[in-house]
Write a protein of this length. Structure first.
Lengths: 359, 424, 153
């Protein structure tokens, strides 16, 4: 029956020609091949998010008066609502973790080099979109922690020179965080960001298909000198089945976390109550938040917070344009960029841990 | 007048004249001309009073001057202001203070011009107070108006800085009443302020900021200050604690206390050092109040025991439900509704404790039953949450088994597939 | 991922793999879709949000009587005054958060804890309460008495 289906498709879409390249796709095998799974796992988690997100949309109501109650309803009344919601919250965090890991693995395996600059660029944009998803989604349950974390986060955005205030008002839908902010964030989270992300994912995947899997520089030179040593496996079905294993394991982890560590509801946000002690952003913003906290109030003549924001902006920009700086490929250039990558990773981890330990 | 020197002298004189005129003019435009402060602002205490200090006084703000109380002519400069012809009387003796203040403050028509809602019976009330009665006999050590309200910088009672603002009254009274040297010769104790400071009312007022909580004047009155009589003290308490009084009135203790001349609430709760009541009052230990009068083993002792055991039963069931809800919460289950309902159970316990004042165990038991029912419902909710948690974990285990099977199956399938056919 | 020498796989081994994989996939897919399908079925209690509550039915209350009901997470008081007009107030006393009650002899709202009194509009008129009680809007919708939050402006 499958052959009949294939024939039907072939008569209309040249099906065999279309999927031919896919069948030929290979994945290089070497000591660091395990890192290749991360991109796929991130994609899988995104698909989980879309699925659970759509399910949540069936019961969630945006609006300061109803949001918290609707999430409470999902957690307590809807059958398995607790499962869908907790999976959505945990997968969000896991997805950003794997996205970061995927990004750093690309840095350390130097996979962003020519000709894959645009793949890196689209990937960095996807990372920013993922963090935007996290920031906008965090507010949606409208609980106290989320409300104040959003307040602080958008406040920091307002410190950007020149455009900061306008940017903040755009994000907040007004001068303060109100129900209007919730509506706006909801729009970003379920329409704007998914649209942009889908587009970028398609571009990102198309580029990956086009260029094939990159190989670390050391392995590359070795294989160039002795082509007999090249080892690859077919993507379909060998790598794909392994990828499926990874996805199943991720699913198991998600289910376990949702059942054993359900995501908490919190208390409903009250804009007039004083901020509780210990407001902090989600962990993926913590390193920036902690850095800004630690910068002295004045750096030379400029406001410390503004300097921090500008430094992070510049760092983000340089990081996004990394492939265009790293043209050399080997020698001292290579050591420098490896060093930069290690520094960035260490800094992020250290500041995140510091942010949680410090009170 | 043509030389530069002459022109300079002329200019200087003009400047001096202008300044003097300005200063005089400025003073004319001030609230009310009060030349007294010109000198007294520069003197040393106790004669010192600066314009700044006097401007805090409500009387100054309403346009009164020094002469309003001390006489004299506030428009004249220097010593001419203290003219006997204009009625200057100098320092007002303590024995003349109440009458002096009363001259305006008891004049309803006069006070209506300034604040129609201010009472004008302070002086007549004062005359009925212990302070007023001793004062009438010639004792000037007792409090007169200025001792509590201050003088020259007098603020209205609603001003939080005023000595007679509710938050400050106890402090003001204690200035004399806690001073054992000053109070020598009077037959009352001087530990009231110390005792009050340890009380639950002081805690509510000074610590929690609840301005409705009682201070000295709430129970003793302010101008007509006197201790409430033995038979009427419960009327004072019942102004807020109405429910307890209703219960007490219908109980056997009312007649018993009356015939024994006992001062109602004070017998068990004290008057100044009213501590937060605990169930230990019903017990048989050092805090016990019932057993001070009753004989161990009699019907009342048994009733006491019943009420106490009922309260402990309810308290226990509330704590048990709290514990289970706590476990459910820390496992991530949603029990916020039950947590809120626990407040109702705690309300029932409070109500039961109030009902003790009826001294009827069956009434207390009724309230306890209500509370126990609510606490039992909440305990059930907590246990249901724990059961749901266990169900979820079982479901997870079930799903994990299949996931593991699939992963293992995939692993073996891949191995099998690659044994039979090469990978690349 | 080592390449092993091609070898004949025992039929028993092949069976095991088939069972594991087939059973695992089937079981896990069931375990995924069962909750999702149950999720899609709306629960019996529809969520009304925190904006309005049906307090009782028309005819439940006589003039000069009241009922305590839940609005959101806190208790509220629905009373029918002697003239037949409905009023809904928050039942949380503004002094120390005891639950207030309607006194049909005083025609006022009373708090048993410290003898606080409020009038029928919720204004604190006597005793310790420092602020009025919050009030809600009451509408009759068919047979239901619906209490809702007051609209701004």
């Amino acid at each position: 029956m499958l052959t009949r289906g294939r024939q039907w498709l072939n008569q209309r879409f040249h099906w065999d020609d279309l999927i031919g390249p896919l069948k030929k796709k290979t994945v290089p095998i070497h000591g660091l091949s395990y890192w290749y799974f991360l991109g796929g796992v991130t994609l899988f988690l995104f698909m989980i998010q879309v699925g659970t997100g759509i399910l949540l949309l069936l019961y969630y109501r945006p609006g300061a008066n109803e949001a918290f109650e609707s999430v409470q309803y999902i957690m307590t009344r809807v059958q398995f609502g607790w499962l869908i919601r907790s999976i959505h919250s945990w997968a969000a965090n896991l997805m950003i973790l794997t996205a970061f890991a995927h990004m750093f693995s690309v840095v350390f395996l130097r996979a962003y080099r020519k000709p894959r600059e645009l793949t890196w660029l689209s990937g960095m944009l996807l990372l920013f979109l993922a963090m935007g998803f996290g920031f906008s989604g965090y507010l949606l349950p409208w609980n106290t922690l989320a409300f104040f974390a959003t307040k602080v986060g958008t406040e920091i955005t307002g410190q950007v020179p020149f455009i900061g205030h306008r940017l903040m008002v755009f994000l907040r839908g007004g001068e303060d965080v109100t129900g209007a902010t919730l509506t706006r964030f909801f729009g970003f989270h379920v329409a704007v960001l998914p649209g942009l992300t889908t587009l970028l994912i398609l571009i990102h995947l198309a580029l990956v298909q086009y260029f094939g899997m990159s190989v670390p520089p050391g392995v590359e030179t070795r294989w160039k000198s002795s082509p007999g040593q090249v080892r690859e496996m077919k993507f379909f079905p060998n790598f794909a089945l392994r990828e499926l294993m990874a996805w199943y394991i991720a699913l198991g982890v998600l289910g376990a976390m949702a059942a054993i560590l359900p995501w908490e509801l919190g208390t409903k946000a009250d804009p007039f109550a004083p901020a509780p002690a210990g407001i902090r952003p989600e962990w993926y913003f913590m390193f920036m938040f902690q850095t800004l906290k630690k910068i002295p109030a004045k750096v030379w003549f400029a406001d410390g917070e503004v300097v921090g924001i500008l430094v992070f902006g510049a760092a983000g920009l340089i990081w996004t344009l990394l492939p265009f700086f790293d043209q050399a490929g080997r020698g001292r250039g290579r050591k420098f960029f490896m060093g930069a990558g290690i520094f960035a990773l260490t800094y992020i981890i250290a500041m995140t841990v510091y942010g949680y330990l410090a009170k | 007048m043509d030389t530069w020197q002459n022109r300079g002298i002329f200019a200087a004189r003009l400047l001096l004249l202008a300044t003097a005129l300005l200063l005089c003019g400025g003073r004319l435009c001030a609230q009310a001309q009060n030349t007294c402060l010109d000198c007294h602002g520069a003197l040393d205490p106790p004669l010192q009073l600066t314009e700044q200090q006097f401007s805090n006084d409500i009387h100054a703000q309403k346009g009164l001057t020094c002469a309003s109380c001390h006489g004299g002519d506030p428009t004249k400069a220097d010593m001419d202001a203290m003219s006997k012809a204009a009625g200057f009387r100098g320092k007002v003796e303590r024995k003349d203070v109440p009458e002096l203040c009363g001259r305006c403050h008891s004049d309803t028509a006069f006070m209506r011009k300034y604040n129609p809602s201010l009472r004008t019976d302070q002086f007549s009330q004062y005359k009925t107070s212990v302070h007023g009665r001793l004062f009438a006999k010639g004792d000037t050590k007792v409090a007169v108006c200025i001792d509590c309200h201050g003088v020259h910088g007098l603020r209205p009672a609603s001003d939080a800085r005023s000595k007679v603002h509710p938050l400050n009254i106890a402090q003001t009274c204690s200035r004399c009443h806690a001073d054992s040297a000053y109070m020598k010769g009077y037959s009352i104790p001087t530990d009231q302020f110390a005792r009050y400071s340890s009380s639950v009312h002081h805690d509510a007022l000074a610590v929690r900021g609840d301005l409705s909580a009682p201070t000295c004047t709430t129970c003793h009155g302010n101008h007509g200050a006197a201790p409430p009589g033995v038979d009427t003290v419960k009327n004072v308490c019942s102004k807020c604690h109405a429910f307890q009084e209703q219960m007490f009135d219908k109980s056997t203790h009312k007649a018993a206390f009356q015939s024994a001349g006992l001062p109602g609430c004070v017998v068990c709760h004290g008057n100044h050092a009213i501590s937060h009541p605990s169930d230990e009052k019903l017990d048989a230990g050092p805090q016990a109040v019932c057993m001070r009068c009753h004989t161990p083993g009699d019907a009342c002792d048994r009733a006491r025991g019943d009420m106490l055991s009922g309260l402990m039963r309810l308290d226990d069931s509330i704590k048990t439900a709290d514990k289970v809800l706590g476990v459910a919460e820390s496992s991530g289950m949603e029990v916020s509704q039950a947590r809120l309902d626990q407040d109702q159970a705690r309300d029932a316990l409070t109500k039961a404790r109030v009902t003790i004042h009826s001294f009827k165990p069956e009434l207390v038991e009724h309230d306890i039953q209500e509370g126990v029912k609510i606490a039992a419902k909440n305990l059930q909710a907590g246990q249901a949450a724990l059961a749901e948690r266990d169900y979820r974990r079982k479901g997870l285990g079930f799903a994990l088994v299949f996931i593991l099977m699939t992963v293992l199956g995939l692993f073996l399938y891949i191995r099998q597939m690659e044994q039979e056919a090469p990978k690349s | 991922m080592k390449t092993e020498e091609p070898a004949r796989i025992q039929p028993a081994r092949r069976r095991l793999v088939e069972v594991l994989l087939g059973g695992g996939v089937l079981g896990s897919i069931t375990a995924f879709f069962y909750p999702v399908l149950r999720y899609l079925i709306p629960p019996p209690v529809a969520d009304l949000g925190s904006d309005e509550v049906v307090a009782c039915k028309v005819g439940d209350l006589k003039p000069n009587s009241s009922k305590i009901f839940r609005f959101g997470t806190r208790p509220a008081l629905l009373l029918m005054a002697a003239d037949g007009e409905y009023r809904a107030l928050s039942a949380v006393c503004t002094h120390l958060s005891c639950t207030v009650q309607y006194c049909n002899d005083l025609h006022q709202v009373w708090c048993a804890c410290h003898n606080g009194l409020y009038d029928l509009n919720g204004r604190n008129i006597s005793g310790p309460p420092p602020r009025p009680l919050g009030s809600y809007a009451v509408h009759v919708r068919g047979d239901d008495i619906v209490v809702s939050r007051k609209r701004e402006g």
